[in-house]
Design a protein around this ligand. Structure first.
Ligand SMILES: CC(C)(COP(=O)(O)OP(=O)(O)OC[C@H]1O[C@@H](n2cnc3c(N)ncnc32)[C@H](O)[C@@H]1OP(=O)(O)O)[C@@H](O)C(=O)NCCC(=O)NCCS
Length: 246
């Protein structure tokens, strides 16, 4: 296990070698009060409330292998969560089971299913992003959530962050993840036999926007969360990604 010397190292250690801090001012703090509303999931910003469960997930050797991650202490996990709120080059959402979350009696932590991330990896190319997804709860895999969340996150990246090209770095043995990204028309860019990793890439053109991405429903996270506790519906805004102007 790598012992990280600083928060930046902790984050780099968590998810492979490609997490470099690049500057895209304000890009990634955009989602700190954003909820994305899907069919079976809601995506919410990563808060301190989510850390204990996240930490338990990442103690799993299977998930460490599938996501090329290294275990962190609970304290390092809190550091990482804080850094997500501050860094300009990353955007993360926690995936919640929408139906469980609709019940005001359920704790948000108990509705957590996984996470999804966008990283800006190249300061020279701010419209290029790396996409990662993890359905951490095994019982939720194979039920279409991976596809739903991937579509929502790509919509968000295109409409809100101006992303025009996505990449995914996946372990060569992770055939499910490779198959899923290929469903979204990602194509092979390179294979590293040394790191046992494939890089897939997808360019967002008009066809992708209309046929793959569709629309995205966005709400204010804090008012939705308070409204759910009080049994009120939140006000939402639908963003048509296909009509987004460059
Ligand atoms: C990879 C992952 C995100 C896929 O999400 P999911 O919710 O399980 O997948 P979905 O049900 O949305 O299915 C998406 C596609 O994956 C493939 N797939 C899903 N389950 C599969 C299985 N058991 N066998 C083969 N392919 C499978 C299919 O191509 C499927 O598309 P289809 O239903 O149109 O045929 C999820 O399984 C996961 O997070 N696994 C653990 C962590 C991980 O591997 N993360 C990716 C790191 S790069």
């Amino acid at each position: 296990m790598r012992i990280a010397a600083s928060t930046r190292d902790v984050i780099d250690a968590r998810r492979g070698a490609c997490r470099r801090g690049v500057s895209a001012p304000n890009a990634m703090r955009l989602n700190e009060n954003t909820l994305l509303d899907g069919e079976d999931v809601v995506l919410v910003p990563y808060t301190a409330e989510h850390v204990p469960r996240y930490h338990r997930w990442m103690a799993s050797p299977d998930l460490q292998k599938l996501t090329a991650s290294e275990p962190l202490t609970l304290e390092q996990e809190y550091d990482m969560q804080r850094s997500w709120r501050q860094d300009d080059d990353k955007c993360t959402f926690i995936i919640l089971d929408k139906h469980a979350w609709a019940d005001p009696a359920s704790r948000e932590e108990d509705c957590m299913v996984g996470d999804v991330n966008i990283f800006l990896t190249d300061p020279q190319e701010p419209s290029l992003a790396e996409l990662e997804i993890m359905i951490a709860e095994p019982g939720y895999r194979g039920r279409g959530l991976g596809k739903e969340v991937t579509r929502m996150m790509m919509c968000y990246g295109v409409a809100k962050l101006g992303i025009r090209k996505f990449q995914a770095k996946i372990g060569l043995d992770n055939i499910i993840s490779i198959a899923m990204f290929k469903k979204f028309h990602f194509q092979e860019l390179s294979v590293s036999e040394v790191f046992r990793e494939i890089t897939l890439e997808m360019t967002v053109d008009d066809d992708v926007r209309t046929t793959l991405l569709g629309t995205l429903t966005e709400e204010e996270y804090e008012s939705s969360r308070d409204g759910r506790r009080a049994g009120r519906r939140a006000v939402s805004e639908t963003v048509p990604v296909s009509q987004h102007q460059d």
